[in-house]
Design a protein around this ligand. Structure first.
Ligand code: ZN
Ligand code: ZN
Length: 85
């Protein structure tokens, strides 16, 4: 969490900048590897496995498109393309 700060890793929305202190705790944390897929002795690396995202992008990460979840990179690309259009 401290590694990234309160910034969405998909759309770059910074909650603390935007909403001030109240936004700092509002960021969601997404597990890159679904928790049910982890081995029991797996040690979560917060830098690699936990990604701060805003609630909007988080919801998208949990939506399937054509039966597959979108990755952070795919979602990010989509938002960037959208902004450019
Ligand atoms: Zn976002
Ligand atoms: Zn999640």
């Amino acid at each position: 969490m401290n590694h990234y700060g309160a910034r969405c890793q998909v759309c770059d929305l910074n909650f603390e900048n935007k909403y001030g202190k109240v936004g700092k705790d509002f960021i969601h944390v997404h597990h890159i590897i679904p928790l049910h897929q982890l081995q029991q002795d797996y040690i979560v690396d917060p830098k690699q496995d936990l990604i701060p995202v805003c609630p909007n992008c988080h919801a998208m990460l949990h939506c399937k498109e054509n039966g597959r979840y979108l990755s952070i990179a795919q979602l990010r690309k989509r938002i960037l393309n959208h902004n450019r259009a």
